[in-house]
Ligand binder design. Sequence first.
Ligand code: NAI
Ligand code: OAA
Length: 327
Amino acid sequence: MKTPITVSVTGAAGQIGYALLFRIASGAMFGPEQPVNLRLIEIEPALPALEGVVMELDDCAFPLLQDVVTTADLDEGFKEANWVLLVGSVPRKDGMERNDLLGINGKIFTGQGEAIGRSAAEDVRVLVVGNPCNTNCLIAMHHASGVPKERFFAMTMLDENRAKSQLAVKAGVHSSAVTNMCIWGNHSSTQYPDFYSAKINGVSAAEVIGDEAWLKETFIPAVQQRGSAIIKARGASSAASAANGVVDTVKRLTTPTPAGDWFSVAVCSPGAYGIDEGLIASMPIRTDDGETWSVVEGVQVNAFSRAKIDASVAELNAEKDAVSALL
Ligand SMILES: NC(=O)C1=CN([C@@H]2O[C@H](COP(=O)(O)OP(=O)(O)OC[C@H]3O[C@@H](n4cnc5c(N)ncnc54)[C@H](O)[C@@H]3O)[C@@H](O)[C@H]2O)C=CC1
Ligand SMILES: O=C([O-])CC(=O)C(=O)O
């Protein structure tokens, strides 16, 4: 049997946790041959509810699930973790922007970053989901002493999947025909889903759709505002699709990217595409070995795209300034 991968999940008793843990344990994240250990972290008052989730995990008798630990102690929770999924935090309500949560959620990520630095495995990779995820990731990264910056990620895969789905419906194709879908910048209402570089069956999406007004005035806001639309409709923020985004992000970071394609995840910017070095910003990423990633070079950025990317990067800089006391 392969050595199990240890996955730590914070906020494990929350709504994303409930949709996520079963998919990790079933093999959807690391494949049907890879055993997993789960280390589930919650705040003290949520531990009884978490025990109920663990009872349900037991009741699935998943062949790949080895050990399950529940705890409110961060060092115990992150012990020897190969992957840390930072989900635990407060979601926004109708009428809020995600960065309205910075004051409530930002401070959670200082102690979590420190504990990851102390207790996680040497090869740990960290994906931040809790909002505002880019800046929370920046905070965690800053405090995780000894963990290379390249191992920190914030999630924009849900936005990528939303964008692919919207383009597919408009073009009358299956979503799998849409590739090269880059979300630039922040996981927020300033994000830029780049329809110029996206492809449908290998041809520029802008060309296939042939309606720039729709792309600029309907498609972009639809993707930017999709989280709000879900909150309005469901009375709670997206959970199953968010959990699916987590599964897809980890899968794409751990398996070689198909030739010519890329995917979206926010990484610590190396200064590519004029995005300030050190910001956690989404850009076109690929991996050839499933371990190390690189920014795809040479993606065309026209004046329209440049302005959209700059606006989102400006917001990331403003969020960084707002949490300067935590950095
Ligand atoms: N990046 C993305 O694409 C998305 C991000 N999100 C964000 O994910 C986060 C979680 O969402 P939900 O699961 O719907 O929320 P939820 O409220 O259902 O669950 C959050 C869980 O986190 C726990 N928690 C709070 N503080 C914690 C701490 N310090 N340590 C450990 N656990 C803690 C809570 O007890 C709760 O069980 C929110 O911030 C939400 O905005 C949601 C959807 C998509
Ligand atoms: O919109 C929210 O607050 C939750 C979220 O991040 C999303 O659905 O993209």
